[in-house]
Design a protein around this ligand. Structure first.
Ligand code: GTR
Length: 399
């Protein structure tokens, strides 16, 4: 999807734009306690530091996007290191593992770190669209076949006592045969390769290899690490000539939905996102005050964010960024938000309101927003991914 940004650069070169309002260094952004309370949503287009307004797509792309990224980095997710080069080596390929598909395993090298990717492609000649997502327990949890590489990264207790005990345990969440039957390839890697979802294992994965810039308190949390890894894998997938680089989507459920939403702000290669029940610090507005609060999420999962975000506990109205702005960073790409009727914790109405509030960003690009490229829906049921949900996700992407 580089076209979007490349095209903008051409427009900019031709029009010699005015200089962008320079944001102060991220370390000089005020502390949460010094920020004013404001009940209304922070603006999509007006500068954080001046009265400048990004009133067209070129201005939004030129400077407002960077401001919003800086605000999210400083106040929520933490700063991420610069991009590194990705190289890949195919380590296995099986034609008899998933009916109608080839199951491949790759080792991706990001600087001197490694991620282990499973890529399941439908048989046939066409270049398939791709859905990329983090998996919770390791690639071996998607299938029962003993040939698939066992993860060597940390296995969280919710998955099993060891990698060996988790073969096939996530099959229901990843209906590979049905996904490829719809013509999609599925790319996935173990989230612990990037960052274990555990404060006790905080220093493992990419965090052991990369030191983000900036003051320590602003350093990346686990959601940002996951997003950064997804963005790198998206770059590699985008460069594969036998995959459809114009239809590269990222999927995530719940905490992984938060990471999927953030990934698209770091990657122009991603053409769309399916964020399922992503909730607080995902698609739901901080200011909706329903479901999980900032206080509870930062107490229960401090490792997901930077050390500044807990400063908004019981102070949601002080947040200088809200989640409609995260969605706006996807404009004009495809955003599919799905919630569950019985999942009040994830605040479905807060996500719907965020999507409605983000819609003007699509219109800035001359595209229809809410209800068209940016959709929200709620399906019956609670907080989970069922195999049947995939038909709904893929239908939504195709609408
Ligand atoms: C919950 C958490 C949510 C959501 C969920 C999940 O415990 O409060 O923010 O991320 O976990 O990932 O299933």
């Amino acid at each position: 999807m580089r076209r979007l940004f490349a095209g903008t650069a051409l427009v900019l070169a031709a029009c010699a734009p005015p200089p962008k309002p320079a944001p102060p260094p991220i370390s000089e952004f005020p502390e949460p306690s010094a920020l004013p309370e404001r009940a209304e949503l922070p603006p999509l287009f007006t500068s954080f530091t001046s009265d400048d307004v990004a009133d067209d797509a070129a201005a939004f792309t030129r400077w407002r996007r960077d401001q919003l990224l800086a605000l999210f980095a400083r106040y929520q997710y933490g700063t991420t290191p610069p991009r590194v080069t990705v190289t890949a080596q195919r380590t296995a390929s099986y034609d008899d593992l998933v009916p109608g598909a080839r199951f491949e395993e790759y080792t991706l090298t990001l600087g001197d770190a490694e991620l282990h990717l499973a890529l399941v492609r439908p048989n046939g000649g066409a270049r398939p669209p791709v859905v990329l997502g983090l998996n919770k327990c390791g690639n071996q949890s998607l299938v029962t076949d003993a040939r698939v590489r066992l993860t060597t990264s940390f296995v969280i207790p919710a998955c099993g006592t060891s990698a060996e005990t988790t073969r096939g345990v996530q099959q229901g969440l990843w209906p590979l045969e049905a996904i490829v039957a719809r013509g999609y390839a599925l790319a996935t890697f173990h989230e612990s390769d990037a960052a274990p979802d555990s404060p006790e294992h905080f220093a493992e994965g990419l965090r052991s290899r990369f030191r983000p810039e900036g003051p320590p308190r602003a350093a990346w949390g686990t959601v940002a690490l996951w997003a950064w890894a997804l963005a790198h894998v998206a770059t590699w997938l985008d460069g594969q000539p036998d995959l459809d680089s114009g239809r590269l989507f990222v999927f995530g459920h719940s905490r992984r939905g938060k990471a999927a939403l953030l990934a698209g702000t770091l990657s122009a290669e991603l053409d769309g996102v399916v964020a399922h029940q992503s909730g607080t610090a995902g698609a739901a507005l901080h200011r909706s005050l329903e479901g999980e609060s900032l206080e509870l999420i930062t107490l229960a999962f401090p490792h997901w964010f930077n050390d500044v975000f807990p400063g908004f506990s019981r102070a949601e109205l002080k947040t200088p960024v809200d989640q409609h702005q995260l969605l706006a960073l996807w404009a004009p790409r495809r955003v599919v938000l799905v919630d569950g009727d019985d999942d009040a914790w994830a605040d479905p109405q807060g996500a719907k309101a965020a999507a409605q509030a983000a819609s003007p960003a699509w219109e800035l690009f001359g595209e229809p927003g809410f209800g068209a490229r940016l959709t929200w829906q709620s399906r019956p049921g609670a907080h989970s991914v069922e195999s049947a949900d995939w038909a709904l996700f893929l239908d939504a992407l195709e609408r």
